[in-house]
Design a protein around this ligand. Sequence first.
Ligand code: ZN
Length: 168
Amino acid sequence: MSFVCSYCGKRHDDELPALAFMQPDHWLTLSDAQREEGSLTADDCVTPDGHFFIRCSLELPTRDRAGQKLTFGVWSTLSEENDNRYADAFFDEDQSKLGPMFGWFSNEMGGNFRPTLNLKCHVKPQDHRQRPLIELEQSDHLLAVAQREGIWFAHVERLLHESGAYET
Ligand SMILES: [Zn+2]
């Protein structure tokens, strides 16, 4: 299945690409020496100045396309204790048993949503080895509103082009 894009006029697959951040923004502020001391994988990041981050998914539903959502690969902090719990259960099929954990949103999304760094959120581990979902704290921040009420599909199309996920 595919749709005609209102941004470029071409056809794209119905399966929308995810937009992923490969590290928490904080990692980019570290020196080479600090990065040597820390660690960054596809799923977690520890920095020598005492921060713990995990890779999560942020889903924004669309308002006008039932079932369609835009997924962002983003990072959140966790407390050291919760990071340990998460790591211990990483390979478990029933990771949702951990329950929601508090975190600070750790990427700047840019565009209309700016600023998004350090928004309060809840990290919700999922079963079956899916990345945890981020639920932003209820507020009138545009990103929180977008998660709660959805975004227009035309906005999704624009974001996918602006991010380079779709060629323009
Ligand atoms: Zn397009």
